[in-house]
Design a binder for this molecule. Structure first.
Ligand code: PHB
Length: 394
């Protein structure tokens, strides 16, 4: 009984605090606060680090004042894979720090956990990393600057069946939201073109060991294995793919770009060469905007990091926030910022992008790429562009 009362009290306090936040539009004298929640430690720390550098780079290039209002980023590490932690941090940021925008969200379960907080507090929530299609439906305050798995998978499956000379495939995905999206969409598009799926394999998200699953692939002898793993475990997967001798057995590896993440590629061996993937960003994207972006990013990290797709999610998320604040004015409410974000378009290091005003999801080019050596280093070299791809859903 005591516990019930306590819980009810806590909920009431939270509701009051959230309401008072909504009721009082921040004055121009206070900084405009961006609550950035990303994994900076744990197995997905590279996502947080990439986004953190990109956010710092954006502010270095564009200043920390927009329309007379000082911008302050509050960075918090949620450690990855602890949704309750992410939710608690989001609540603290809304109630104590009085943030004007929530941003980051390295993995789907973390974005799901924070969504109700954004809705209750009426603050825009910029999803810079997580990529399950349904995320944007979890709150009307969510706007996404990353990608969706169906968006990158559908063009790859079409390419594999029509131009990649692949007739049979096995899908091998990480067993959670974005992997399920990738599996479903790959199977649909590949089989629509007459391709045959021999087996669908799901690998755990935590501490994955790919070896037994790759052995199953080897035994079944498909033309190709389609893989989705989130940014991080790709290097281990590629290493085991090589050790098991799948390439020698005539089995191609294809996937969404998450497996050949630019953050991991410099440390990968020749096992990556020739692998075809589809994604919205490559550090080798050939445009003046991207050349400038990669050079500035590498300079800021003393040439220790190459920017990956997570970084552009962060960089473009900052652009979206700055542009919305300029458009809606320095005292804009969360609702006014959100309205300003809908339909916005700009040229990103990844190419032209826009925010779908209906779904609040990003519309962007998807590129088919092959991993090749460029000046002695492996890059995903784009060879085909599918323009302005909307999330097709699942
Ligand atoms: C996700 O959890 O939504 C996610 C994370 C990393 C990726 C893709 C999707 O590379």
């Amino acid at each position: 009984m005591k516990r019930i009362i306590k819980t009810a009290l806590a909920a009431a306090c939270l509701a009051t605090a959230a309401t008072s936040l909504v009721a009082a539009p921040a004055s121009a004298a206070e900084p405009f606060k961006i609550g950035l929640i990303v994994p900076m430690t744990g197995p997905f720390a590279s996502t947080g680090k990439q986004i953190d550098v990109a956010v710092k780079l954006y502010m270095q290039q564009h200043g920390d004042v927009v329309d007379g209002r000082k911008i302050q980023v509050i960075l918090r590490d949620d450690g990855g894979l602890q949704p309750e932690n992410t939710k608690r941090i989001a609540q603290e940021m809304v109630i104590q720090d009085k943030v004007n925008v929530l941003a980051g969200f390295g993995l789907t379960p973390l974005a799901f956990a924070a969504a109700p907080v954004a809705t209750q507090a009426k603050v825009p929530m910029i999803v810079m990393a997580a990529a399950t299609s349904s995320i944007v439906k979890k709150s009307p305050y969510i706007v996404r600057t990353s990608q969706t798995l169906p968006q990158n998978t559908a063009p790859l499956a079409d390419w594999a069946a029509t131009k990649g000379n692949i007739k049979t495939a096995i899908t091998l995905i990480t067993d959670y939201g974005p992997g399920h999206d990738a599996e479903k969409v790959f199977i649909k598009h590949f089989t629509d073109h007459g391709g045959k799926i021999l087996e669908s394999i799901r690998v755990p998200l935590q501490n994955p060991d790919f070896a037994p699953f790759l052995q199953r692939v080897k035994d079944a002898k498909p033309d190709a294995v389609f893989v989705f793993v989130p940014s991080g475990p790709g290097a281990a997967l590629m290493k085991q793919f090589k050790e098991k001798g799948l390439a020698q057995a005539g089995i191609k590896l294809i996937g969404t770009g998450d497996v050949l993440d630019d953050d991991l590629l410099p440390a990968m061996g020749d096992e990556a060469l020739g692998v075809v993937t589809a994604q919205h960003y490559s550090a080798a994207h050939n445009s003046p905007e991207n050349k400038a972006y990669v050079a500035a990013f590498e300079k800021l990290t003393n040439n220790k990091m190459r920017p990956n797709f997570m970084s552009v999610g962060g960089y473009d998320g900052m652009h979206l926030i700055y542009a919305a604040l300029k458009k809606a004015g320095p005292n804009a409410t969360g609702d006014q910022l959100l309205a300003a974000m809908k339909g916005m378009s700009w040229v990103s290091p990844r190419g032209p992008v826009s925010i779908d005003p209906q779904t609040r999801d990003i519309i962007q080019n998807v590129y088919i790429r092959k991993a090749e050596k460029v000046n002695g280093q492996i890059y995903n070299v784009e060879f085909e562009t599918i323009p302005n791809v909307k999330d097709p859903g699942v």
